[in-house]
Design a protein around this ligand. Structure first.
Ligand SMILES: Cc1ncc(COP(=O)(O)OP(=O)(O)O)c(N)n1
Ligand SMILES: Cc1ncsc1CCOP(=O)(O)O
Ligand SMILES: [Mg+2]
Length: 522
């Protein structure tokens, strides 16, 4: 946030939160979101949708109600605004008690209610603010009139971390400019960014004549167009609330902004697709099922994205080791995956570009056929040329934000961090995960400072990004790493423990078993 409570570097606040928490051992902090929105009696949108999304994403959600609507699948029949003083009472109640990771706003129906929200946010500084500038219901009912525009523009938007207007809302905020094309959505995102939010997502679901649903994400420097096939269904009531709450939930768990937005878009697409034929209510616009993931085969999802659990057993290749044992990189990668490696990185420091590219293409094929992601160490050019799933960079490699602008929103970016400051920067730059080490001394990487288990823990505590430990890790010490008691430590990355071994398959199987056992014991 800009002016309210100085949450620009929110990982620093996570650090202090963790510090207070560790006074009581075995306390587990649950990611928490506060939604400030209107109630929808039909339960498709508003507070009810927000609660369902957060529950579906594993995040606790408290709710402050700004208005009660009489609403169903046919439309909004009536709206009752809560007195601003009572909205304020609710805000005080929860903000003085909970430690919210993210506050998300939906229907803020009057300038007086926005005013009490601003006052409470200044009394109780929060970590991140997601603003869904709800103005009109999907059925066309005005939920917040033009009287709120100036307080939105002048006071709320400048403190938002992200705003998520649809094209109609973006147009209203910009004084009625026409937005009918993706190019106009980009211009709108840029103008809205000038009003102060850190990120802008202009949702193009309402754009006419498109077989795709295109959303434009702007971070102040780069635009990303997030596209997905349009789903034909009447059950679209609550998509805006669902998207914004899902962004809030993912941020609360520690995602970078772009990653949170991608997961949220994917969540909405999957929910719409799963629910396209259900019939709830007799009106034109039905709700959809937020708990589809409890019921459907996860393999049938329309989109997937980065899964932090894939960092569990991270195989990092080494050209010298595979040459020494007289095997190709592709064979080594295949054996590592068959033994249980859950993600692979090609770290071929000595390879010639042409040869590296050929090997990388073959490894992409092997990894795709096994459903395992393949990342390239350092070389963004090779990653682009072989269509790898992402890149891992260190502190002296290409900066993460530049890698992101070259690879686009869908690729995975990992960054090496030895310190809490580097971990904070990784989140700000939009990395998907952190590689932290060398945890133990290693011969694989020369002149590499060892940070120990304490250094690893500090990095984990400084960030909510998923972390994989690296450096000198093998069967004998993997358990001590996994036991450091950091919920975002997702696994170990190893080079010699897999590739400086006679049989990669056996080594991978043994290490996988050790990791599984230590997970069970935690
Ligand atoms: C998963 C993972 N973590 C850390 C590193 C180290 O990357 P970097 O600091 O860029 O050093 P090099 O690997 O390039 O020598 C990594 N490769 N993977
Ligand atoms: C690439 C890298 N980055 C930090 S330590 C390291 C090497 C890890 O290799 P090993 O698993 O053989 O110790
Ligand atoms: Mg590097």
């Amino acid at each position: 946030m800009n002016s309210l409570g100085g949450i620009r570097s929110w990982p620093a606040i996570w650090r202090s939160t963790t510090a207070t928490m560790t006074t009581a051992e075995s306390v587990r902090k649950v990611p928490q979101v506060l939604t400030v929105a209107g109630s929808d009696s039909g339960a498709g949108a508003g507070i009810q949708a927000d609660l369902k999304v957060c529950a579906a994403r594993g995040v606790y959600c408290a709710s402050v109600i700004t208005a009660v609507t009489a609403q169903n699948t046919k439309g909004v029949q009536s709206v009752h605004l809560l007195p601003p003083e009572f909205v304020s009472e609710q805000l005080k109640s929860v903000l003085s008690d909970f430690e919210f990771d993210v506050v998300k706003t939906g229907m803020l129906p009057s300038p007086e209610i926005v005013e009490v929200l601003l006052q409470n946010l200044s009394d109780f500084p929060i970590r991140a603010l997601v603003v869904d500038p709800v103005m009109v219901s999907t059925s066309g009912h005005v939920l917040a009139g033009s009287s709120i525009l100036s307080i939105f523009r002048e006071r709320l938007l400048p403190i938002a971390d992200i705003i998520t207007p649809n094209v109609k809302e973006a147009s209203a905020l910009l004084g009625g400019v026409g937005i009918e094309t993706v190019e106009e959505m980009r211009s709108a995102a840029k103008l809205l960014h000038e009003m102060g939010p850190r990120f802008v997502l202009v949702k193009g679901g309402d754009l006419p004549d498109s077989s795709e649903s295109v959303d434009v994400f702007f971070d102040g420097k780069e635009f990303h167009e997030l596209r997905s096939p349009r789903i034909t269904t009447r059950n679209t009531h609550g998509t805006g609330c669902t998207l914004a709450s899902c962004i809030a939930a993912e941020l609360a768990k520690g995602s970078s902004m772009l990653s949170a937005v991608k997961v949220a878009k994917c969540f909405v697409d999957n929910a719409l697709d799963y629910s396209k034929d259900i019939v709830i209510g007799s009106g034109k616009q039905g709700p959809f099922d937020h708990f589809f993931s409890l019921k459907k085969d996860p393999q049938s999802s329309r989109c997937s994205g980065f899964n932090p659990d894939d960092l569990f057993l991270y195989a990092v290749t080494d050209s010298r080791m595979n040459k020494k044992w007289n095997r190709s990189v592709v064979d080594a990668v295949k054996a590592a995956i068959e033994g249980g490696a859950t993600i692979v990185q090609l770290r071929e420091k000595e390879a010639e570009t042409r040869e590296f590219l050929q090997e990388a293409k073959s490894c992409v094929d092997v990894c795709r056929s096994h459903g395992v992601c393949l990342l390239i160490n350092d070389r963004v050019d090779i990653a682009l040329a072989c269509d790898a799933d992402g890149v891992h960079v260190g502190q002296s490699d290409m900066p993460v934000d530049l890698v992101r602008s070259l690879l686009g929103p869908d690729k995975i970016i990992g960054v090496s961090c030895k310190t809490p400051e580097q971990a904070h920067q990784a989140w700000r730059d939009g990395a998907d995960y952190i590689g932290s080490g060398g945890v133990f001394p290693t011969n694989t990487k020369a002149n590499n400072r060892t940070i120990g288990l304490d250094g690893l823990k500090e990095v984990c505590e400084a960030s909510k990004l998923p972390v994989v430990a690296i450096g000198g890790i093998g069967i004998s010490n993997a358990e001590s790493v996994m036991r450091i008691d950091a919920s975002n430590l997702k696994g170990v990355a190893v080079v010699s423990a897999l590739f400086d071994q006679e049989c990669v398959l056996t080594a991978a199987k043994k290490l996988h078993t050790t990791l599984e056992e230590s997970k069970r014991e935690i």
